[in-house]
Structures are given as structure tokens and as C-alpha cells.
Design a protein around this ligand. Structure first.
Ligand code: BV8
Ligand code: ZN
Length: 247
């Protein structure tokens, strides 16, 4: 059961922001960023591999890792949590209330679930960009033959994700900050709340006086600051919570 106050607040919220992390995709079968790396990747730390330095040092290894993740994600489907968020977006649109889904995830499952307005803070696994001419192309086919794939200009192509130490896309970050700084409800969904600047968005919401809801099976640094911190899985809680809150 949910607290009546939370349901009333969700129902009345005149603007909602949801920040999603890898936990939202966990029930689609995608390991979270900090899940133990398995198989041939077990000996690597993702935070070391997800850097420009790693790509510069061993472009083939890093390209293989991202291509493997891209191909794995292509086999995955949005789960009930993604679908519930798409329903929330639709209901907010019908009521004329702003809803902004900001994601740290690079799997594009929110789009696959039908969400129209997704702010991708960390890029995605499907857009690959030439490091020489900047040419970009979406890749939704089978695994690459060459690692890294080559551009027509002969340059190496890299995954269109934001690596540690790289700036987030300016437009996306500004849009996320603007929405977070004027929302009535900020939902932190399936994120460990340790990666910045994404983890600082909730501070803008709190400064504005927003109510904060967190959904995560585990405690995070945000838990004690949230008005509600529900211990559980997004794929289970969201499909139950969102319809009860009038969506
Ligand atoms: C930046 C794309 C500055 C790649 C990712 C030193 C130098 C430079 C920067 C820094 C530094 N020290 C700190 C920083 C900042 C750094 C940072 O925050 N580091 C952390 C680790 C301390 N940030 C950066 O480097 C950012 N850039 O600061 O640039 C700058 C400015 C101007 C000019 C130049 C430079 C860039 C950050 C983006 C990095 N890229 N991803 C890739 O995917 O390979 S971040 C990566 O972590 C993923 O995108 C992931 O989404 C993100 C956050 O992790 P989570 O989503 O929270 O996933 P996680 O596994 O951690 O947690 C999952 C959670 O789900 C858990 O809590 C679990 O309990 C929960 N869960 C599990 N199952 C479920 C569930 N919840 C609900 N339901 C379930 N079923
Ligand atoms: Zn090129």
C-alpha cells in the first residue's frame, strides 16, 4: 500500500521530473553500471573503461565492450517500469502538466517504451561518432566486424556516450537543470545517486521546494534527504503507484 499523502501529492503535482538510472533497466535484463562485470569483462572496472583515456590506450578493447553492450541491449525490451513512466508522461500531457524524463541510461529503452520527451544525459550506445570528422551514425545492426568501426573519412568511430571526465551535452544538461529547478515532484528512480552532475539535479528540486520520491531496493546517499524513499524494484512499484496516483 502507498501512503495516502504520497498519492495525493503525485495526483496534485503540477510538474514532475523523473531521473532514471540503470536500476530502471535492471528488470529488462541489463546489468546495472555497478553490477559486477561478468565474463571477459570481469577483470575490468567500468569506471576505468568508460573513459577517453581507455579508448585512447586500447580503442579495440573499448569498442568491443560497447559493441557487446549495444548488441545485448538490442535483445532487451522495456519492462513494466518503463511502460508505467510512458503512461505517466501521457497522462501529464493530457492534463497539460509538464513531465520531464531525464535518463542516465544509454540503452534507449525509455524511447522503446513510447516516451516522447527523454533527456539523455549520458548519450547512448547506438550513436557512434567519428573522432576525426565528427560524423555520426546510428548503429542498430549486428556486431561490428572491425573494432573500432571506421568512418568513410578513415577516422576511428567511438560510442556516443559521455565518458567519465567528459562534459555532458550542454543542451541536455540545461534542459534537465531547468526542469529540476521548477518541479513540484522529483522522482529518483533506480540510481545510486553517486554520478555527477546528474546526482546534483535533486538539489535544484529541493531548493525549489519540490517533494522528492526515491525508488530503489537499496539505501543511497539521497535516501535520508528524500520525502519518500520506497525500498523496492521500479518494475514492481511504478506500475502499481502510477495508476493509483491518477495516471
Ligand atoms: C564530468 C556512460 C566534468 C558511459 C556514464 C574526476 C575527474 C572528472 C570528473 C570527476 C572526477 N571525480 C568525480 C567526477 C565527476 C564524475 C563522477 O561523478 N564520478 C563519480 C563516479 C564520483 N562525473 C563525470 O566524469 C561526468 N563528467 O564531471 O565532466 C567536465 C566538465 C566540463 C568539461 C569537461 C569535463 C560524466 C559522468 C557520466 C559518465 N558516464 N555512463 C557508459 O555507460 O559506459 S555514468 C554511468 O553511471 C551510467 O550512465 C549510469 O547510468 C550512471 C549512474 O549509475 P546508476 O545509473 O546509478 O547505476 P548504478 O549501477 O550506479 O546504480 C544502479 C542503482 O539501481 C543501484 O542503486 C541499485 O540499488 C538500483 N537498482 C538495481 N535494481 C533495481 C534498482 N532500482 C530500482 N529497481 C530495480 N529493479
Ligand atoms: Zn570521419
Amino acid at each position: 500500500m502507498f501512503h495516502g499523502e504520497l498519492l495525493d501529492l503525485m495526483c496534485a503535482a503540477n510538474s514532475i521530473v523523473a531521473l532514471s538510472g540503470a536500476g530502471v533497466s535492471a528488470e529488462s535484463g541489463i546489468p546495472t553500471f555497478r553490477d559486477a562485470m561478468t565474463g571477459l569483462w570481469a577483470r575490468f572496472n567500468p569506471e576505468e573503461l568508460a573513459t577517453p583515456q581507455a579508448f585512447a590506450k586500447d580503442p579495440q578493447l573499448v569498442s568491443r565492450w560497447y559493441d557487446q553492450r549495444r548488441c545485448d541491449v538490442l535483445k532487451c525490451k522495456p519492462n513494466a517500469g518503463h511502460i508505467a513512466l510512458a503512461r505517466l508522461e501521457e497522462t501529464c500531457r493530457q492534463k497539460g502538466r509538464p513531465f520531464t524524463l531525464i535518463t542516465q541510461n544509454v540503452d534507449r529503452l525509455h524511447r522503446a517504451a513510447g516516451l516522447q520527451n527523454v533527456v539523455e544525459l549520458h548519450g547512448n550506445l547506438f550513436t557512434w561518432r567519428c573522432i576525426d570528422c565528427g560524423g555520426e551514425a546510428d548503429e542498430s545492426g549486428p556486431a561490428f566486424d572491425d573494432h573500432p568501426p571506421r568512418c568513410e573519412c578513415g577516422g576511428l568511430r567511438r560510442p556516443g556516450v559521455v565518458w567519465f571526465g567528459e562534459a555532458l551535452p550542454r543542451e541536455a544538461l540545461l534542459k534537465a537543470q531547468r526542469a529540476s529547478g521548477k518541479c513540484a515532484l522529483f522522482m529518483s528512480l533506480g540510481t545510486s545517486s553517486v554520478v555527477y552532475p546528474a546526482a546534483a539535479l535533486v538539489d535544484l528540486a529541493l531548493q525549489y521546494g519540490a517533494n522528492v520520491l526515491e525508488i530503489n531496493p537499496e539505501q543511497t546517499p539521497l535516501s535520508r534527504r528524500a520525502h519518500w524513499s520506497l525500498r523496492g524494484k521500479c518494475g514492481e512499484i511504478l506500475p502499481d503507484l502510477i495508476p493509483r496516483a491518477g495516471s
